[in-house]
Design a protein around this ligand. Structure first.
Ligand code: SAH
Length: 354
């Protein structure tokens, strides 16, 4: 019986200490348990060998340890990218990607099971939102990957399935936990959070004292084109989204990374490159061009490589810092949500309840 039990891995050390004091336990027990959960990635109370059997039983009556189960793993043959499909405790599935870079190992995590934002080119949103992930479920993607690969993860990008600003409180808790000195102690500066542009929460996020890199999914230089690709643009005008980005930079000193997925014939012409250049000119920012990863449910095509290079050249004329995202793990369908989607499709085809 797991329902009703409290999620131990989502408590901060302060909260855990309060819980333990209320149970009549000593304060240092909370530190020991926090260490098991966040440094050693424990998945069972039985692993906590420095606690008495009695205390372990007492804890197991009140708390549960949320952990993820590996369902599938796809390793790229072109690079060292590995994509994991994990099952949550309620058997919903999410995906996470492990990537190796010169500067360290990075994991791309999901923030929700499914997504309700509806971006037209994205596979993660096709089945809608199932539910928000708990802080423990975001952490576990990193802990499990460290355990399964035997590698240390130094960077995290919250760019997998889901809209992090649509799961705000859990996102912020996750960020505080992953950077807790008594846990993984990850540098907040090594974390990137990507949003489709939920203005109120971006502004709130600027006030949290968490200087993560904010990536804004821009994808078009004007409201009209943006609305064609991203339904969320009907709710928030581009000028308000950009003002929220400026505010974030002002408050945190972190330059914004603008994501621009290039879709053939939709947003990749020279006129659009110039409009984007004018829009971002003079801002301390960075533009990441992503040749769109076509998904079978939509007719969108990737811009030609020549167009991508040309788009970059035009932007650079406005003194904008531009990179083209290196396609890691292209052979394993590393685009957002594709592994999860194909898993759900095959489960449905087998007639399983999903
Ligand atoms: N919800 C967040 C994070 C998830 S997706 C957001 O919207 O930013 C991370 C990035 O990948 C976003 O910029 C998203 O628009 C982009 N993306 C999603 N599907 C894609 C695809 N098929 N090809 C290229 N980029 C894609």
């Amino acid at each position: 019986m797991l329902e009703g039990k409290k999620d131990l891995r989502s408590f901060s050390l302060e909260e855990l200490t309060e819980e333990f004091l209320a149970l009549g336990e000593k304060k240092f027990r909370a530190t020991q348990v926090f260490d098991w959960l966040h440094k050693r990635g424990a998945t069972e109370f039985s692993q906590m060998t420095n606690l008495s059997a009695g205390l372990r039983e007492k804890l197991a009556d009140v708390y549960r340890i949320v952990s993820l189960r590996e369902v599938t793993r796809l390793a790229s043959s072109q690079d060292e990218t590995v994509k994991f499909l994990f099952a949550l405790p309620d058997d919903k599935v999410i995906e996470s990607v492990f990537m190796k870079y010169k500067h360290g190992n990075s994991v791309c995590i999901s923030s929700q099971a499914g997504c309700r934002m509806g971006c037209r080119f994205c596979a993660s949103t096709l089945g809608g939102l199932e539910r928000n992930l708990l802080p423990s479920e975001m952490l576990e993607q990193i802990y499990r990957i460290q355990e399964l690969t035997g590698e240390r993860v130094s960077n995290v990008v919250v760019m997998g399935t889901g809209e992090p600003m649509d799961n705000y409180d859990n996102l912020v808790k996750f960020l505080r936990l992953i950077s807790a000195p008594e846990g993984q102690n990850m540098s907040i500066r090594n974390i990137t959070v990507s949003t489709c542009g939920i203005v109120e929460n971006m502004r709130r996020f600027a006030e949290e004292g968490l200087p993560v890199t904010l990536a804004l999914s821009l994808h078009a230089p004007n409201d009209e084109a943006r609305r064609r690709l991203m339904p969320v643009a009907n709710k928030y005008a581009l000028k308000d989204v950009l003002a929220a980005c400026d505010y974030y930079f002002e408050k945190t000193g972190r330059r914004i990374s603008y994501e621009y997925s290039l879709v053939a014939g939709e947003n990749d012409t020279e006129t659009e490159a110039d409009a984007l250049g004018r829009l971002l000119k003079g801002k301390n920012c960075h533009v990441n061009l992503i040749p769109v990863n076509p998904i079978k449910e939509r007719e969108y095509r990737q811009s030609s490589f020549k167009n991508v290079l040309n788009f970059r050249k035009r932007l650079e004329k406005y003194n904008i810092n531009v990179t083209i995202r290196r396609e890691l793990g292209a052979d394993i369908g590393a685009a957002c949500g594709q592994l999860r989607k194909s898993h759900l499709d095959s489960m449905a085809a087998q007639g399983d309840a999903v």
